[in-house]
Design a protein around this ligand. Structure first.
Ligand SMILES: C[S@@+](CC[C@H](N)C(=O)[O-])C[C@H]1O[C@@H](n2cnc3c(N)ncnc32)[C@H](O)[C@@H]1O
Length: 382
C-alpha cells in the first residue's frame, strides 16, 4: 500500500514520467480505449484523456482512487474515465482495450502481483491488436564491491558497545535483499543481460536470472546487484543501470554470506530464482566463486534465500503442518463473529453492539467495536 506522498514521488520522477508520457503519445489515438492498471492517483489515465482516448478504465484497489476521481473531475475528464476500485484480476470490462498501461513493478519487475496481473490482463482485457505498455523489461546483473551497503547488514550485529554476542541475527539478515545504490566503479564484472520478460507472451510469474563471467579487477566482492531496463514501446524506454540518471526503481543488492576477496580471472557462476508463492516472491540465490581460471577450485559456494530471512519458531512451523488441527484464538473468535453477523445482513451498528456484549474486555465501548467492524467492512463487504 502506497501513501499519497509515494504516489507524488512516482509522479515527480521525471525520467520515468517522460518515458511513459512519450509511450502514451505514441500509442493512444483519438478514440482509443485505454486500461490503466494500478492507476494510483490517476496520472496515466489523465494523460490518456489528454491524448484523446474515448474511454479509459482506471483500475486501482487502493483508496487513492478517490483522489484520482477528484482530480479527473477537476480536469473535466470524469465523463471519460471509469474508475474501478478493485484488483484488475477481479474486473470484467464491456470492451477490450487498444492500450493497457501499467507500472506495477518495484525495484525489480518481480514485485507483488505484477506478473500474474499482466498475464491475466493481456488474456482477458486486451484487444487482439492491442498494445501493452511496457512491452518488456530486461534484467541485468553484476557482482559488486559495496562495503557501505554490506555494512548495514552486518555491523549492527558485529560491533556493539555492550560486550554482547549479537551475531545470531546475521544468518537472517544476510538472506535479505534490498534496494541499494551502486556506481559503475563498484562493478567487479561487466554487467550481464540475463533475462527478458516479454509481456506480450510471458506465461510464468516465476523467473530465473542466471549468469557467469570473469572478475575484471581485484577487490572485495559483497554480493550481487540486479536492475532492469524497460522497453515501453519499440522506440522508448529507460534504464536503471548504475551510472544512468537515477530513477525511482534503483538497483537491488543481494548480499553474500561473507565478503570474498576476488582477483582478475576469478570466475563466478550465479543463479537467482524468484518463485511466486502465496502472493509474494521467495528469492533464492546460489553463488559459486572459482579461483583464477579454474572451474573446479571453489573460493566460495553460497546458497541463500529470503525463505531463511525470518526466524520461524518450531510452533509456527507446527501450525503450518498438514496434520495440525487449529482451534480459534480470541482474535479468531472475534473475526468469526463479525464475519458471521455480516453474512446475516446485520448493520455495522448492530454488530458493534453484539461485540460489546460478547467481548466486553476487548470492546469496552461501542465506538471501539464500531471502528473494528468498519475496518473489516472496508475489507470484506461488497
Ligand atoms: C507503482 S504504483 C503506480 C501508480 C501510477 N500508475 C503511477 O505510475 O504513478 C502501482 C499501483 O498499482 C496498484 N496495483 C498493483 N497491482 C494491481 C492490480 N492487479 N490491479 C490494480 N491495481 C494494482 C497498486 O495498488 C499501486 O497503486
Amino acid at each position: 500500500m502506497y501513501s499519497l506522498l509515494s504516489y507524488g514521488k512516482m509522479m515527480r520522477d521525471r525520467g520515468r514520467m517522460a518515458a511513459y508520457g512519450e509511450a502514451l503519445r505514441q500509442t493512444v489515438k483519438p478514440g482509443s480505449i485505454v486500461v490503466d492498471i494500478g492507476t494510483g492517483t490517476g496520472i496515466f489515465a489523465l494523460l490518456a484523456c489528454q491524448l484523446g482516448a474515448k474511454q479509459v478504465y482506471a483500475i486501482e484497489p487502493d483508496r487513492a482512487i478517490a483522489v484520482a476521481k477528484e482530480i479527473a473531475q477537476a480536469n473535466g475528464y470524469d465523463d471519460r474515465v471509469c474508475f474501478i476500485q478493485e484488483n484488475s484480476t477481479q474486473v470484467e470490462l464491456p470492451h477490450r482495450a487498444d492500450v493497457i498501461v501499467s507500472d506495477l513493478r518495484g525495484v525489480l519487475p518481480f514485485f507483488g502481483a505484477h506478473l500474474p496481473s499482466i498475464i491475466d490482463a493481456r488474456e482477458r482485457l486486451l484487444a487482439p491488436e492491442g498494445v501493452l505498455i511496457p512491452l518488456r523489461d530486461r534484467v541485468w546483473a553484476t557482482i559488486v564491491e559495496a562495503p557501505q551497503l554490506y555494512e548495514q547488514y552486518t555491523s549492527p550485529w558485529d560491533d556493539n558497545p555492550y560486550g554482547l554476542q549479537l551475531q545470531g541475527a546475521k544468518p537472517f539478515v544476510t538472506n535479505t535483499w534490498r534496494k541499494g545504490k551502486i556506481t559503475p566503479e563498484q562493478c567487479l564484472l561487466a554487467p550481464q543481460p540475463c533475462l527478458t520478460l516479454d509481456y506480450t507472451c510471458i506465461e510464468d510469474a516465476n523467473g530465473t536470472v542466471e549468469f557467469a563471467g570473469t572478475i575484471s579487477r581485484s577487490g572485495i566482492a559483497h554480493g550481487i546487484c540486479l536492475w532492469f531496463d524497460a522497453t515501453l514501446t519499440e522506440k522508448i524506454g529507460f534504464s536503471n543501470a548504475p551510472g544512468q540518471p537515477e530513477l525511482i526503481y534503483g538497483q537491488a543488492f543481494f548480499p553474500w554470506k561473507t565478503p570474498i576477496t576476488v582477483e582478475p580471472r576469478d570466475r563466478v557462476s550465479i543463479k537467482l530464482q524468484a518463485n511466486w508463492v502465496h502472493q509474494d516472491y521467495i528469492w533464492r540465490w546460489h553463488s559459486q566463486i572459482f579461483h583464477q581460471g579454474q572451474s573446479t577450485q571453489l573460493k566460495a559456494n553460497f546458497e541463500q534465500s529470503t525463505f531463511w530471512s525470518q526466524p520461524l519458531s518450531s510452533m509456527q512451523l507446527h501450525k503450518q503442518a498438514n496434520a495440525f488441527v487449529p482451534s480459534l484464538n480470541p482474535d479468531g473468535k472475534i473475526l468469526q463473529t463479525i464475519l458471521q453477523l455480516m453474512n446475516e445482513q446485520k448493520s455495522l451498528g448492530e454488530i458493534a453492539r453484539h461485540l460489546t456484549a460478547q467481548f466486553p474486555e476487548t470492546f469496552p465501548t461501542w465506538q471501539l467495536a464500531l471502528r473494528r467492524v468498519g475496518e473489516l467492512s472496508q475489507q470484506y463487504s461488497l
